[in-house]
Design a protein around this ligand. Structure first.
Ligand code: ATP
Ligand code: MG
Length: 377
């Protein structure tokens, strides 16, 4: 039985918005995506009215689920930034969420069936090259003979569709489970596959969690040695919740060498410590500048800061990636260096980082032999 967009809109017409207008007329509805009996759409509302909209979101999900032929429905409530509350840059404004206490081991999440180890790639700060590092690290692990998956959990700025040049949407299997996309030998799933690029990404914590849970549990990941997760930048409550919800074996922190980025990297290390996730190490990205025409090296960002910081924090230092035009061009064109220029020096650096990460995982990080983490107040 095929479900149509019109059927979905007709069902939604029976649901009133908090202001009384029917939902499709309330100017909050995104495009409705219907794929193989799975329905996705979002409601974009003013941040101040989110509470009033939550029951509407629930009612919408319920109404859509009751349409004959619908296997599942995911309705996301996204809150538009209210004027004056904008944070720096593209940083999200997270809706108020419960504070988290220190996290004992009883918070450990059940693993994902078939997936041996889940590794987060995180950064305290946005724009430091976390996604680029995550992709090339995953490819480096692939080159070491691992079966690798990637989960783009960066709900504020999913970038795997771009970095891996993926345009197709995932298909559903048997109407209930999503089939991940295969690219460069990686098994890939991104929140960006499900949500329109233009959709405001300021999600409420609980909605973020249901999307992440769905991507972890309702995707046919198959058998994977390692799943690399591109985490949202930052160390706020949304990131902390996610670090808690995803069954992580370890985390890799990406930082640039500047002092300000390093302060954020320290917060990242501290956040994973709070949720009892071992930090596998720190990568210094944009470590030094390599001139694309003459190959001359300049340490424009006080190279070496992350190595020093890693030493101070007692976590492993995983390597230095230069700031180089080729990395940027290839990354942004969906042609990551490790996959498309495997013999390059850049690829060698990423593979070296991957082998250190793998050694840590095999050495029992996540278990008793997890590296000791010393955090200063
Ligand atoms: N080593 C590098 N050399 C040159 N350019 C780089 C390097 N690493 C990342 N970039 C470029 O910097 C930009 C930001 O990188 P990326 O998207 O990986 O960062 P991010 O930390 O994931 O950002 P966000 O916080 O927005 O998710 C991209 O244009 C990318 O191509
Ligand atoms: Mg990113």
């Amino acid at each position: 039985m095929t479900v149509t967009k019109e059927q979905v809109l007709a069902a939604l017409a029976r649901i009133p918005s908090p202001g009384g207008t029917a939902l499709p007329d309330a100017r909050v509805l995104s495009d409705v995506v219907v794929s193989d009996g799975k329905v996705f759409f979002s409601l974009t509302v003013d941040a101040a009215t989110v509470k009033a909209w939550e029951p509407v979101r629930e009612a919408a999900e319920k109404a859509v689920r009751s349409i004959p032929g619908v296997q599942s429905a995911l309705v996301a409530l996204t809150a538009e930034r209210s004027p004056g509350s904008a944070a720096a840059g593209s940083r999200p404004v997270s809706a108020p969420q419960p504070r988290h206490a220190a996290h004992p081991a009883d918070k450990v999440q059940p693993g994902i069936p078939g997936v041996d180890a889940v590794v987060a790639v995180a950064s305290g700060k946005g724009g430091v090259g976390k996604s680029t590092t995550a992709v090339n690290l995953a490819l480096g692990l692939r080159d070491l003979g691992m079966k690798v998956g990637m989960l783009d959990a960066d709900i504020y700025g999913p970038s795997l569709p771009k970095l891996l040049a993926i345009k197709e949407k995932p298909e559903t299997i048997g109407g209930t489970r999503l089939k991940p996309i295969q690219r460069y030998g990686l098994t890939v799933m991104s929140i960006g596959f499900l949500i329109d690029e233009e959709t405001p990404m300021i999600w409420r914590g609980p909605m973020v969690m249901s999307a992440i849970t769905q991507m972890l549990r309702e995707v046919e990941w198959g058998k994977l040695d390692i799943m690399v997760v591109d985490m949202p930048p930052g160390t706020g409550d949304a990131q902390l919740t996610m670090a808690q919800q995803v069954p992580l074996k370890g985390a890799v922190i990406v930082s640039t060498p500047q002092d300000l980025a390093l302060i954020d990297a320290r917060r990242g290390v501290s956040m994973f410590k709070r949720v009892n996730v071992p930090v596998l190490g720190i990568v210094e990205n944009m470590s030094y500048f390599l001139c694309p025409s003459c190959g001359t090296r300049s340490d424009i960002f006080a190279h070496g800061g992350a190595r020093h910081e890693a030493e101070r924090l007692g976590v492993p230092f995983l390597g230095e990636v230069p700031l180089h035009m080729t990395i940027r061009e290839k990354s942004d064109a969906g042609l990551p260096v490790v996959a498309t220029a495997p013999d390059s020096e850049h690829a060698r650096i990423y593979r070296d980082i991957a082998s250190k990460v793998l050694a840590q995982l095999k050495g029992g990080a996540g278990g008793k032999a997890a590296p000791k983490i010393v955090i200063e107040a």
